[in-house]
Structure formats: structure tokens, C-alpha cells
Design a binder for this molecule. Sequence first.
Ligand code: ZN
Length: 92
Amino acid sequence: MTVHVEPHVVEPDELTCRELVELVTDYLEEMLPSAVLARFEAHLLECDDCPMYIDQLRTTIRLVGRLDEADVSPNARVALLREGRAWRRSRA
Ligand SMILES: [Zn+2]
């Protein structure tokens, strides 16, 4: 599926990072309705942080086999992003 995203155009129904976090477990379980999935993936194309967040959740699932509520809380997301930024800096 191709998701076309106009740069610098804010769609009225564009997902925010916060909404994405609320949908992420359904996304990882492939439970999102296709209309929502399209918006979700459009956000991933535009956002620097969310794709990294999802990568880390996938890694967690691979290691642990499941996600805890704590792993997808907004606070956990902030902590993950902070770790990711430090990681990227350490490789720069
Ligand atoms: Zn985002």
C-alpha cells in the first residue's frame, strides 16, 4: 500500500504522536482498521521519533514475547526516546 504524504501540509485528521502511542498496540497486533492504519503509517513517514519508538517496541516483543502496559505508557515512550537519542548521539 502506498501512502502519499504532502510535506508541510497538516491534514485535519492527521495523527499526533500521542494518538499514535494510544494505537500502537493495535498496530503491532495488526488490529487497526485500514483507514486508521493509513493515517498511522502516514505519521510514521513524517515523524522522526515514532518509527524509532515502534522499532524499540518490536524489539521488546521479540525479547519478552509481549508488551506490558508500562511499555506503551507515555512515560515509557519518553524514556525510550531519550535512550534512543543518547544512542544516536553516541554513534555520531
Ligand atoms: Zn510521532
